[in-house]
Design a binder for this molecule. Sequence first.
Ligand SMILES: Cc1cc2nc3c(=O)[nH]c(=O)nc-3n(C[C@H](O)[C@H](O)[C@H](O)COP(=O)(O)OP(=O)(O)OC[C@H]3O[C@@H](n4cnc5c(N)ncnc54)[C@H](O)[C@@H]3O)c2cc1C
Length: 316
Amino acid sequence: MRPRIDPVVIEDLGVRYEADVPLGPLTWYGVGGPADILAHPSSDREMGALASRCFEAGIPWYVLGSGANLLVAEEGVRGVVVKLNDDSFTRIQRFSQCVTVGAGADLAKLVIETGKMGLGGLEVLAGIPASVGGALRMNCGGKYGEIGPSVHSLSYMSDSGDIFTLKRDQVEFGYRSCSIKAGLFLSATFELSEDDPEVLRQRILDIFAYKKKTQPLASASAGCAFKNPPTEVSDKGAGQLIDEAGLKGLTVGGAQVSPVHANFITLASGGGANDVIRLIRLVKKRVQEHCGVMLAEEVVIWGNAPITPKIEEEKN
Ligand SMILES: Cc1cc2nc3c(=O)[nH]c(=O)nc-3n(C[C@H](O)[C@H](O)[C@H](O)COP(=O)(O)OP(=O)(O)OC[C@H]3O[C@@H](n4cnc5c(N)ncnc54)[C@H](O)[C@@H]3O)c2cc1C
């Protein structure tokens, strides 16, 4: 494992930070070890100085959104974790049919605000917990639509701290993926369409009610644990494959394959990140044996946690 990063390497930058911070409370799973440094830049300039310092010093840095698609391993993260929670990264501004929003803004708030403005397009994301940056990085969505098609342009910072404006056609949004893998999004402009606020409000309520009925929203999880396999591999979704392998309700420690939605791995209080990781491995192994499909994680895992199942392990 890499040595801990001493905060002295960023101290002169004037960026607010905390050292040795447990990341669990900042994620929906609520578990996982500490980050060496958790930084809260207050402007693009501070973020640029931090990124460029880390880049030059060979220090890995990561960006944390709402932690809704994230599992932090028990040993934590060696490096700098950035949280864009300063006001300068959470503003929502309207320009005619476009809305420009900071990457640290809460997606649920954006969905409700644009609905009230009578601007349609983002209501399809109702009920998805995310920051705007995390939503873009994961191209979050579901049966009602994804975030990608509403993007007009993005402000992006490379991992060495340079800022670019990217037009919609310079970024590829795929199924739970985006072609920009390194660096971070600072803000996004969405191009929306005029619609009746009352109709949008009702759509948001309907989509939220559907999610509440079909997903274990009250339990600790990171949403869908696995991506649906490509159609050339299987015409079944990951949840259906897990269900057909008879794994609904399967537990490892405090982690459980949700009986409500087989693609959610929930974690009971007292459980740890290792329980989730062991259950992910076990599900992958069992689905491979039963259905001949190797599932890939949708959940992002930070830390050194091998998730490829070993055939001889996990006897239960
Ligand atoms: C109860 C529940 C229901 C869910 N339902 C859905 C659903 O219906 N559809 C769906 O798609 N997802 C769903 N999810 C998963 C999750 O909501 C999405 O993946 C969401 O996009 C994660 O955003 P986040 O801000 O929490 O990202 P995080 O979990 O904090 O991070 C995820 C990834 O995004 C990166 N990231 C974060 N911010 C930035 C940034 N500014 N720039 C670049 N990269 C960044 C992180 O580094 C990490 O790699 C659900 C999760 C939960 C807990």
